[in-house]
Design a protein. Structure first.
Length: 779
C-alpha cells in the first residue's frame, strides 16, 4: 500500500518477512507514519516498524472490535481468526465460536468459569446472551435432544495437551447436572473416568495426564431427559508404552498407583517392590508425576471399581496381571547351549517361577512360549529357536498383548455396568475425545491410522459446515447455487476406498508370512505414484511414502508397519494363556480362541471407525477444537506459529475456504453505511435508518454493474474484489478530506498570524513554512 494512504490510528494487516509457513500476517494499530514505513503496535502492545510494502490492507471493523463468533468476522481469513483468538485469550476469554464449532484455548490455569452457578446460568438462560463456553455446547446439544429427539454428538479434537480430556469431563459434568437426577447410573458414568485415566493415561513430555487412546462416550437419555445409561467405545490404545517410554515419560498411571496404594501384604503376595525395580517403569527415567498423589489415586480407583461392579476376585486378578507384566519386563535372556542355531533361555529361573505362578501357567511352557516359535507351513509344524533378541521381542509382545486385552476387558466391564438401558429412550449425546492430526519427525503406522481417522472426521466436518453455510445463505435470502467446494474425498479414496488402496495393500502384505515392509512399500509406489495425494519419498534413503492430507503433507516411515498391523501374539503365547488357571487371563483372550483368523489392527480400526462415522452421521454435530497456546504449559503465553499450525491441522480453515467460495466479506447494513456512506452523494447516517436502501445506493454508485454482490435480509454480501474497490475509494476520499483539512488549517493560521502582525504595527515579512502533517480522520 502507498504510504500517503496510511493514517495514524488505522488498524492494518501486515505481512511477516520470515517466510515461515506458520508466520501469517499480524494485525496492529498505526502509531506513527513515516514516508516509507509505519510504526504499529501489535496485540501484545509491542511496537515495531513495518515497511509500506509489508502492509496488506486495512482491518475490517469486526476484527478491530473482536467477535464472539468468528462467523461474524467480516473478513474471515486465517490471520483474522488468529488475531481474534489472541485478543480474546489475553482477556482470559478462552472460548470463541465459529458457527457451531467452539474453539477452546487451554488456559493452563484454573479460571472461575466452571462453577455450579454458571452451569445453572447456561441451563436457564439463552446461551446466545452468555459468553461462548463449553457449557453452552453441552446445553445446546441437550436442548436439541430434548426438542427434536435427534441424537447429538460433540466431536472434541486437538493435539496432545490441548485440553480434550478436560473438555470432555466438563461436558459430562454439564450433562449430568442438566439431567438433574443424581442417579446411581450417573454416578457410575462419572466414576468410569478415573479408571479409564488410570489405565489409558500416562505422563508424556507434552502432557502429564495424556490419554493414550481415543474414546467415544455415548450417553443415553430417557423420555424425560434424564441420563439412563452410557456406552464407551475405545480406539487405538498405545501399547508400545507398556514396554518402553521416551525420556521424561512414564508408563500408564495404574502401575505407579498400584505400587503406591496396594496394602503391604498384597504387595508381598505379588512380590512387588518399588517402581524403580522394574524395567518397564524405568525407560523414561522418571518415576513420579507432579501433582499426582499415587496412593490417593489408588483409593479413588478402588472406589470406582466398586461403583462399577468389579468383583473382589476381578480386582485381585487385575493386580495379579499387572504385577506379572512388571515381572515379565524384568526377564533377561542369555544365549543357549545349542551348537547348531542361536537359542536363548531365561536367565533368572526364580523370576520365571514367580511369573508362572502369578499367571497360573506351567513354568516350562512359559519358557518355551518365550524362547521358541512354532511355524506352521503346508500342514507341518516346525519349532524354531529364538535368539536372545527375538526372545526379548516375544517377551514384549506378551506384555503388550496382556495389557491390551486387559484394557478391552475393563472397558467392556464398565459398559456392562452403565449400558443397561431399558426400552427406547429419547436419544443420546455422544462425546468423541480423539487425537488430532499428527505430523512428527518420524511418523509410523499409528500416525497413519490417526490421520486416517482425522481425514474421515474432516470430511464429516466439511459436509456439516458446507450445509450450515448454505443454510445461512438461505436464511439471508441469498442465491447460493453457484457455490462449489472440493472436499477431501480423494485422500480417503487413496487411503481406504479405491481398489488396492493404502490400507488394503498393508493388509495384504501383512497376511503373507513372508510379506515385508519393503515389498509393501514397492507395491504402494507402483499402485499410487500417479495419485495426486500420494507424495514421492523425501529421499531414496528412507523407506517411506507420503500422503497429502487436508492439513498438510506427511511422510510415513514404513519399517515396522507390518508387525504393528499384524498386532500378533504368537500361537505359542496364545496357547500358553489359554492353558492358564488364572480366570481373568483366560477370559481376556477368549475372543482370540474363537477367531479363525486374527483381524489386522488396521482392519479392526477401520471397522470401528466406520461404525463411529455411521453413528456420527446419524447425529446433529457440534465441534470443539482445543488449542494448546504454548509448549511450556504456562498461562498467558500465545505462540502464534504454534496456534496457526493447530488451526490448520484442526481443519478449521475449511470454514474460511468455504466462505471464500461464496461471498467472503459481510457487513451488517449499519456497519456498511457507517463505513462507506461518504462514497455516494446524499447518503444519510446509519442512525437515520433506511440502511438497506442506503447500502444498495452506495453499491449502485460505486461498483460495476457486472459485480457479484448480494443484499441479504440483514447483511451485504461481497466478493473480495468489490470490497477492495470500496475500501480503495474510501481511503482516497478520506485522504482528500484530510488534505482539505490541512489546507484549511494552513489558511487559518496564515490569516491569524498576519492579523496579529498588523495589530502589533510591526511590518515584518513573515514566512511560515508548513511541513505536511498527518492526522487521524473521522471514519
Ligand atoms: N479448561 C481448562 N482449564 C484449566 N486447565 C486446563 C483446561 N483444559 C486443560 N487444562 C490443563 O491442561 C492439561 C492438559 O489437558 P488435557 O489432558 O485435557 O489435554 P488432552 O488434549 O486431552 O491431551 P492428550 O491428547 O495428551 O490426552 C490438563 O491436565 C490441565 O492442567
Amino acid at each position: 500500500m502507498a504510504n500517503q494512504k496510511l493514517m495514524l490510528g488505522d488498524y492494518i494487516w501486515a505481512k511477516q518477512l520470515s517466510g515461515d509457513e506458520f508466520d501469517i500476517p499480524i494485525g496492529g494499530k498505526i502509531v506513527a507514519v513515516e514516508s516509507s514505513r509505519v510504526k504499529i503496535q501489535d496485540d501484545d502492545q509491542k511496537e515495531m516498524y513495518i515497511s509500506n510494502q509489508q502492509v496488506l490492507k486495512n482491518m475490517h471493523v469486526s476484527s478491530i472490535k473482536g467477535v464472539e463468533d468468528m462467523i461474524n468476522l467480516g473478513d474471515l481469513q486465517e490471520y483474522a481468526i488468529l488475531r481474534n483468538l489472541h485478543k480474546r485469550y489475553k482477556e482470559k476469554l478462552i472460548y470463541t465460536y465459529t458457527g457451531s464449532m467452539l474453539i477452546a484455548i487451554n488456559p493452563y490455569e484454573l479460571l472461575p468459569i466452571y462453577t455450579n452457578a454458571l452451569i445453572k446460568e447456561y441451563r436457564n438462560q439463552n446461551t446466545e446472551d452468555l459468553l461462548p463456553h463449553i457449557f453452552a455446547i453441552g446445553d445446546n446439544s441437550y436442548s436439541n435432544l430434548k426438542n427434536s429427539a435427534k441424537d447429538q454428538c460433540i466431536v472434541i479434537s486437538g493435539e496432545s495437551g490441548a485440553g480434550k480430556t478436560e473438555s470432555t469431563k466438563l461436558i459430562l459434568q454439564y450433562l449430568a447436572s442438566a439431567s438433574g437426577q443424581h442417579s446411581w447410573v450417573e454416578q457410575q458414568i462419572l466414576e468410569a473416568n478415573p479408571i479409564l485415566e488410570a489405565f489409558g493415561n500416562a505422563k508424556t513430555v507434552r502432557n502429564d495426564n495424556s490419554s493414550r487412546f481415543g474414546k467415544y462416550i455415548d450417553i443415553k437419555f430417557n423420555k424425560n431427559g434424564n441420563i439412563e445409561g452410557a456406552k464407551i467405545e475405545q480406539y487405538l490404545l498405545e501399547k508400545s508404552r507398556i514396554v518402553s517410554q521416551n525420556e521424561g515419560e512414564r508408563n500408564y498411571h495404574i502401575f505407579y498407583s498400584m505400587l503406591a496404594g496396594l496394602p503391604k501384604e498384597k504387595k508381598k503376595q505379588l512380590d512387588l517392590l518399588d517402581a524403580n525395580n522394574y524395567e518397564y517403569l524405568r525407560g523414561g527415567k522418571v518415576l513420579t508425576c507432579d501433582g499426582r498423589n499415587e496412593a490417593s489415586e489408588f483409593s479413588d480407583i478402588m472406589a470406582a471399581f466398586k461403583v462399577l461392579n468389579f468383583t473382589e476376585k476381578e480386582m485381585s486378578d487385575i493386580w495379579c496381571l499387572l504385577s506379572s507384566i512388571l515381572h515379565v519386563g524384568n526377564i533377561r535372556f542369555r544365549s543357549g547351549a545349542s551348537s547348531h542355531s542361536e537359542t536363548s533361555e531365561i536367565a533368572d529361573q526364580g523370576l520365571n517361577e514367580k511369573i508362572s505362578k502369578l499367571l497360573g501357567v506351567n513354568k516350562f511352557d512359559l519358557t518355551v512360549a518365550l524362547t521358541k516359535r512354532t511355524i506352521y507351513a503346508s500342514g507341518d509344524q516346525v519349532v524354531a529357536n529364538l535368539s536372545k533378541e527375538f526372545a526379548s521381542d516375544s517377551r514384549n509382545a506378551f506384555a503388550k498383548g496382556i495389557y491390551g486385552q486387559l484394557f478391552i476387558f475393563i472397558v467392556d466391564k464398565i459398559n456392562s455396568a452403565i449400558s443397561q438401558v431399558k426400552g427406547r429412550g429419547r436419544g443420546s449425546i455422544g462425546v468423541l475425545d480423539i487425537f488430532g492430526f499428527e505430523n512428527f519427525n518420524l511418523n509410523s503406522f499409528e500416525q497413519l491410522c490417526i490421520n486416517y481417522a482425522n481425514e474421515s472426521l474432516q470430511q464429516f466436518f466439511v459436509q456439516h459446515i458446507f450445509k450450515m453455510e448454505q443454510e445461512y445463505y438461505t436464511k439471508e435470502g441469498i442465491n447460493w447455487s453457484n457455490i462449489s467446494f472440493i472436499d477431501n474425498q480423494q485422500v480417503l479414496n487413496l487411503l481406504a476406498v479405491k481398489p488396492l488402496n493404502v490400507f488394503a495393500l498393508i493388509d495384504e502384505e501383512s497376511k503373507f508370512p513372508n510379506g515385508t515392509d519393503f515389498s509393501m512399500l514397492s507395491k504402494m509406489h507402483k499402485q499410487h505414484s500417479s495419485h495426486e495425494s500420494y507424495l514421492k519419498p523425501k529421499s531414496d534413503m528412507t523407506p517411506s511414502f507420503g500422503i497429502q492430507h487436508f492439513a498438510g503433507g506427511v511422510f510415513y516411515d514404513t519399517p515396522g508397519f507390518l508387525e504393528k498391523n499384524r498386532d500378533s501374539f504368537s500361537q505359542d503365547l496364545k496357547n500358553l494363556v489359554l492353558s492358564s488357571r488364572n480366570d481373568l487371563l483366560k477370559d481376556i483372550f477368549k475372543s482370540e480362541q474363537n477367531a479363525k483368523m486374527k483381524k489386522t489392527l488396521s482392519s479392526q480400526f477401520r471397522t470401528s471407525l466406520e461404525m463411529l462415522m455411521n453413528a456420527l452421521n446419524a447425529c446433529h454435530p457440534f465441534f470443539v477444537r482445543c488449542i494448546k497456546p504454548n509448549e511450556f504449559k504456562k498461562p498467558q503465553i500465545f505462540d502464534r506459529a504454534l496456534c496457526t499450525r493447530q488451526l490448520r491441522y484442526s481443519g478449521m480453515m475449511e470454514t474460511a475456504k468455504i466462505r471464500q467460495a461464496g461471498y467472503p466479506i459481510r457487513y451488517s447494513y449499519i456497519e456498511f453505511v457507517d463505513r462507506f456512506r461518504y462514497l455516494a452523494k446524499g447518503i444519510p447516517p446509519s442512525t437515520k435508518g433506511g440502511c438497506r436502501s442506503s447500502a444498495e445506493n452506495i453499491c449502485k454508485a460505486v461498483l460495476e454493474k457486472r459485480s457479484d454482490y448480494q443484499f441479504g435480509n440483514t447483511k451485504v454480501f461481497l466478493k473480495h474484489q468489490d470490497n477492495e474497490k470500496l475500501e480503495e475509494l474510501r481511503r482516497s476520499i478520506l485522504d482528500r478530506y484530510c488534505r482539505y483539512k490541512l489546507d484549511l488549517y494552513e489558511f487559518i493560521l496564515i490569516f491569524w498570524v498576519s492579523i496579529h502582525v498588523e495589530i502589533s504595527s510591526l511590518y515584518i515579512n513573515v514566512r511560515i513554512f508548513f511541513k505536511p502533517i498527518h492526522t487521524g480522520c473521522p471514519n
